[in-house]
Design a protein around this ligand. Structure first.
Ligand code: HEM
Length: 288
């Protein structure tokens, strides 16, 4: 049993994130249609409410975390099906979108499309390199993919669409910006004296108990309404993401992550990404 190959692969130059909701028909039958489906370069996941409606019991799968103590708004926007189309050519992504609409078939409605891209050497649109402390190789596999039991080869993903306020960012001095991330933009070095609100201090993966490693595969997005970061974090469970967001939101100690000074999440959803058997999706864990 192996994982969907796009999860651990390097970021493509272009991507499209699709969300579908099952608005008609029986969830169990709708889920069954995906058994054995060939993904190509795409990564797909199913939402908690949809899986529940389909009678699938996936241990560890749960809706996007609720943090009543959060000092900032963290929207919840669940979906039945999430598809991350990966590519190098916009036309191919348009055709892949059509293919997935057909594949999803009867009852599924395409509710959102986000066009994303890699910016320079993998920078967020704030200008900072994103992904430096991502686990790689065997570590990425260990932290990103379930390695044993009935769910072996699965992954769980948390997705948030963040919109940047570029006027707010540009009103900050270079020092304030560096302090908000906790790294120097000029050489990407971590700041030793960064404030407690610095993003990399809030999310330092070794500083959690237990350690909270995720495999981030976020990409910048842009459309006529604005631009920002489509945040995507895979994990062998949702625990690490939940712990990081809790600390970022101020729910733990009242200190809000300084990235909130120039960006806000507009969505929040979690998905279970089933394993593969050969070239096809393996849904046995969801159908037993
Ligand atoms: C628009 C929102 C965000 C921006 C612009 C952003 C940007 C960055 C940047 C520039 C870094 C430093 C380089 C790196 O190690 O990748 C970083 C690190 C990191 N971010 Fe974010 N991030 C955002 C949201 C989030 C969220 C929502 C989470 C998780 C809940 C998260 C988790 C992490 C983690 C785990 C690290 C590495 C920390 C470490 O171990 O040093 N980020 N992020």
């Amino acid at each position: 049993m192996s994982a969907q190959s796009g999860i651990l692969a390097p970021l493509p130059s272009l991507a499209r994130y699709l969300c579908f909701d099952l608005q008609q028909g029986e969830a169990a039958a709708a889920l069954k249609r995906f058994e054995g489906v060939e993904l190509g370069d795409a990564v797909i996941g199913f939402g908690a409410a949809f899986l529940l409606a389909a009678g699938a019991q996936i241990p560890g799968m749960r809706p996007f975390v609720r943090l009543p103590e959060s000092q900032v708004a963290l929207p919840h926007t669940p979906s039945s099906l999430w598809v991350w189309l990966r590519g190098e050519d916009r036309g191919d992504l348009v055709h892949a979108t059509r293919r997935w609409q057909e594949l999803a078939g009867e009852g599924f409605v395409l509710t959102s499309v986000v066009d994303a891209f890699v910016h320079r050497d993998s920078r967020d649109l704030s200008g900072y390199v994103d992904g430096t402390e991502n686990p790689t190789g065997a570590d990425a596999e260990r932290h990103g993919i379930v390695d044993e039991g009935a769910l072996a080869g699965s992954s769980f993903v948390a997705v948030q669409h963040w919109r940047h306020d570029f006027a707010a960012l540009e009103a900050m001095s270079q020092e304030q910006r560096d302090n908000s991330i906790g790294r120097r933009i000029s050489d990407n070095e971590e700041l030793e004296d960064a404030p407690e609100s610095a993003h990399v201090k809030r999310t330092a993966q070794e500083d959690f108990e237990p350690e909270a490693f995720v495999v981030r595969r976020s990409m910048p997005w842009a459309d006529p309404s604005g631009a920002g970061l489509h945040f995507v974090a895979f994990g062998r469970s949702l625990d690490a993401f939940d712990a990081q967001l809790r600390r970022m939101s101020g729910a733990e100690d009242g200190i809000v992550d300084a990235v909130f000074r120039f960006t806000r999440p507009e969505s929040g959803a979690t998905f279970w990404c089933p394993p593969m058997k050969g070239a096809g999706l393996d849904l046995r864990a969801a159908m037993s």
